[in-house]
Design a protein around this ligand. Structure first.
Ligand SMILES: [Zn+2]
Length: 484
């Protein structure tokens, strides 16, 4: 993560005043003054509108109540499940109730994997049951389960260094632990074994895989998440065990005795299913065909309620749009909320949106995504041409009282909005404090009670102000650097 560039030195106020007086009274320089003034990216009135939106958001619980409604009335909503279909209906009704216009669903085909039941137990040397969940996409074991000796490895690199004869016919146990970090960076390092650990172990002859949960908590709950199987992969059952159970298994292995596990899993695949991206808009007052996208994903894993992941994002973006719709002055362009289908298991909704709207990429002025829970906003990244950075800095200045610093022109758009960022759409990322997020992420504990209403309000305030300014910024943001 890059560090914000040093702030420019500001001229002493008196010197600046004298300069302005000199410019205003000098016959030739006076002509330059209007150009200098118009170089300010936003007028005072625009900034005032954004500030007042921010202040209104800080005393408005639309976001929190929207999240309550989603978790209470829909709950888990993994791709292709009955909850997925209910979530689409819920979102259509909710966005309409919040006053958004052009509310509609755009069809998305999603994979449909069915969890079934799983179990893991130590057979020897000291028999004990372990708490486990199947990883998304895992195949089933034979009905009677499978039993084998455990081979521990830290990660895929270590697996690659081990003699394959030690792997063949065994269960590989990935022991690597995710590190807690404010920027969530431990996730990227730890999650590779979830995505590719089973395929890599299978290639070396393993018959099953157990991973230490990709999570920072010490709860006796396991974290699920999608595997990234590729065509040609040999598929073997893959389960995650909770952090305390991974500790226990490591302790038994540390005794030097051979450890045998029995694992069973009954996951299965159904035919692809129909889901939808749900879209609603606050139409722009001057250029309604040009849009600022506020994205979040509507699906969740099945174990909890998808409260932080990503019910919070759905609620935050929907509430931000609602407040923009109620602003004294509507922005020039349209603010479009896109609630993406199936982020968790292959980005189906975001890929479909990018494909179906590729022809309108140039009218997508800016994209933003909320998918790191409802936690304290800390930093703003952008990805815009350098001559638009003054506008981004002005937008950040409106968020500064909320503790948001500018962190660089290196935004990605995150998972879903990243798909349109790849088409050249400029993006902003709002970092939130991710220290706690991975305690709950993808577990049965991702429930409404874990969400702080004040932090939902603060996120809504940020996105409402950012989206209003981005949608009203007359020159637009051009195309993102480094894309076509
Ligand atoms: Zn998510």
């Amino acid at each position: 993560m890059s560090v914000a560039p040093p702030r420019p030195l500001r001229p002493h106020a008196l010197v600046r005043t004298l300069l302005l007086v000199a410019i205003a009274t000098h016959p030739r320089l006076a002509q330059a003054a209007p150009a200098a003034a118009s170089a300010a990216p936003f007028t005072d009135a625009q900034l005032e509108e954004a500030r007042s939106l921010r202040e209104r958001a800080l005393i408005d619980d639309t976001g929190y109540e929207t999240l309550r409604s989603l978790t209470r009335e829909v709950g888990p909503r993994s791709a292709g499940s009955p909850g997925d279909a209910r979530a689409v209906e819920w979102a259509l009704a909710r966005l309409r109730a919040l006053g958004l216009k052009n509310v509609h669903a755009e069809p998305v085909t999603v994979p449909h994997w069915i969890r079934g039941n799983c179990s893991v137990e130590v057979v020897s040397p000291w028999p004990q049951p372990l708490v486990a969940v199947a990883l998304g996409g895992s195949v089933a074991t034979p009905e009677a389960g499978l039993e084998a000796e455990v081979v521990p490895v830290t990660n895929i690199d270590e697996l690659a260094r081990i003699d394959s004869t030690r792997i063949a016919g065994r269960i590989v146990f990935y022991t690597g632990r995710m590190q807690r970090a404010e920027d969530g960076s431990g996730y990227g390092r730890a999650v590779t074994v979830r995505g590719r650990g089973a395929a890599e172990a299978a290639r070396r002859g393993a018959i099953g895989v157990i991973i230490r949960s990709v999570g920072t908590d010490r709860n006796r709950l396991a974290h699920t998440g999608g595997m990234r199987n590729e065509p040609g992969d040999k598929l073997i059952p893959a389960l995650a065990i909770s952090n305390p159970d991974a500790d226990l298994l490591e302790d038994q292995l540390a005794s030097g005795q051979r450890v045998r596990l029995r694992m069973s899993n009954s996951s299965s695949w159904a035919d692809s299913a129909r889901s939808a991206n749900v879209i609603g808009e606050i139409p722009g007052r001057e250029r309604p065909r040009e849009v600022v996208v506020l994205g979040a994903h509507l699906d969740s894993w099945d174990l909890g309620q998808g409260a932080h992941d990503d019910g919070a994002g759905v609620a935050i973006m929907s509430a931000a749009a609602k407040l923009i719709g109620e602003a004294r002055s509507k922005p020039r362009r349209t603010v479009r909320v896109v609630l993406f289908a199936n982020e968790e298991f292959g980005l189906s909704g975001a890929r479909t949106y990018a494909r179906d709207h590729a022809g309108e990429a140039a009218s997508h002025v800016m994209g933003m995504e909320s998918d790191l829970g409802a936690f304290a906003p800390l930093g703003l990244h952008s990805r815009v041409p350098p001559d638009r950075l003054a506008a981004i800095r002005a937008m950040q200045s409106v968020l500064a009282p909320l503790g948001v610093q500018y962190r660089g022109n290196d935004a990605s758009g995150d998972a879903d909005v990243g798909q349109i960022a790849a088409l050249g759409v400029p993006v902003c990322d709002l970092d939130t404090d991710a220290s706690e997020y991975f305690d709950w992420h993808h577990t049965a504990n991702d429930t409404f009670d874990k969400v702080d209403p004040a932090l939902v309000r603060r996120n809504v305030a940020c996105y409402a102000a950012l989206a209003w300014l981005a949608a009203d910024y007359a020159p637009g943001f051009g195309r993102a650097p480094g894309t076509r």
